[in-house]
Design a protein around this ligand. Structure first.
Ligand code: NDP
Ligand code: 5RP
Ligand code: ZN
Length: 341
């Protein structure tokens, strides 16, 4: 089947390309309906990654946060019209120790191979998880970043000691908000403190026990564990502050993406015996757990709807550009492309 792919060929320039989808293969064909823009997409769209990386990655369809309707499955396992979330991580091998999203051989959509900005996407069947037909699609569109938070919190369970009286999350943006919502449900008895830089954004964390502007933190406030959801140039200050505030033997989860190495106060990491661990992307099990939590706590979808930002009807390349440009200038929230392609 002839298929249209919308690839970024240079910063701020999308072009149409075509590929062929083999309907006799074992893959499932999905028509994307709702796509959500991530910081990672913007780094390519704006060309802010190093020139050699840009040259290696482009041309490439962007977007790794998307849902869609099944169009065709030769085996009949998936029925046309079923709503699914598409998993961008695509492993080529299995490992008993290393999770699929950490295997160096795994591919990741919109980071080395075509993302979901296509008329149709052909995926291996284990790269789909069914969603309830009545789910709010503008929220379900960013289930991938939600699965990243769920993945990080599952690692939090594995790597932290028993004392979880106070946990701090740094970052009052999308990832911080999503991680905080799920933390609140997964650890209702832990005091949850949010650290950010914007009063309005912090005010949306209504379920947190405390929120603080990072320049107004009470002297005596300590946390047992910390989760960093900042990234970029700002992450150094955030990590520094976490190391200062955390109790000895605490864990620090690093989720923010920084293009360049971030200096860390290793002397204090040693003195306090801290455990730092990275958490990136997610795998099938995290998506399944996310959909399970959506159904166990439906009110979570209500909280997540607070970060639905602009919804852009996309019927042309000009609309795609408009969505990305609006996303750059957004105050907060996730920009959703309603994909009418
Ligand atoms: N690990 C993974 O798999 C994933 C990682 N990410 C990464 O996570 C990072 C955050 O993503 P996202 O939430 O979408 O981005 P946002 O910009 O929405 O959130 C970052 C927030 O951190 C705030 N901030 C800045 N400095 C500090 C500070 N010192 N302490 C606390 N908060 C601070 C920013 O405020 P202000 O805007 O005022 O600067 C902003 O509100 C990005 O680097 C992104 O690439 C995203 C998805 C998945
Ligand atoms: O956003 C993310 C996952 O949701 C990751 O940060 C993103 O995939 C990193 O990719 P790249 O190395 O291409 O920046
Ligand atoms: Zn992302």
């Amino acid at each position: 089947m002839l298929n249209t792919v919308y690839r970024l060929v240079a910063p701020r320039r999308f072009e149409v390309a075509f590929n062929d989808i083999d309907l006799n293969s074992d893959k499932v064909v999905v028509r994307p309906t709702h796509l959500s823009i991530c910081h990672a997409d913007q780094r390519y769209y704006q060309g802010t990654r190093p020139a050699d990386v840009m040259a290696k990655k482009l041309p490439m369809a962007l977007i790794h946060e998307a849902i869609g309707d099944v169009v065709y499955d030769a085996t009949g396992e998936f029925k046309p019209g079923e709503l699914v979330v598409m998993i961008p991580n695509t492993p080529v091998e299995k490992d008993d120790v290393i999770a699929e999203n950490y295997l160096r051989s795994s591919k990741f959509r919109a980071s080395g191979f075509d993302g979901f900005m296509q008329d149709n996407v052909a995926l291996d069947r284990d790269r789909l998880v069914r969603l309830p037909q009545d789910i709010d699609r503008t929220v379900a569109a960013f289930t991938e970043i939600v699965s990243v938070s769920v993945h990080a919190l599952r690692r939090f369970e594995r790597f932290t000691h028993a004392r979880k009286n106070v946990v701090g999350i740094w970052g009052d943006g999308n990832l911080g908000y999503i991680t905080a919502v799920f933390f609140h449900y997964m650890h209702p008895d832990t005091k949850l403190v949010i650290f950010g830089t914007n009063e309005d954004k912090l005010s949306s964390f209504t379920f947190a026990d405390e929120t603080h502007l990072v320049w107004e933190i009470p002297e005596d406030l300590k946390v047992d564990h910390a989760i960093e959801c900042v990234g970029g140039d700002a992450s150094q200050k955030a990590i520094d502050q976490m190391i200062d505030i955390i109790q000895p033997e605490g864990t620090i989860a690093l989720l923010g993406v920084s293009e360049y190495a971030v200096p860390i106060n290793t002397r204090m990491v040693l003195e306090k015996g801290l455990h730092l661990y990275g958490s990136s992307r997610s795998g099938r099990a995290d998506f399944e757990k996310t959909v399970e939590l959506y159904q166990e706590y439906p009110e979570i979808l209500g909280y997540l709807s607070n970060i639905v930002g602009a919804q852009v009807e996309v019927n042309s390349i000009a609309d795609m550009t408009k969505a990305f440009e609006m996303d750059i200038n957004k105050m907060m929230g996730k920009t959703i492309m309603i994909w009418n392609k």
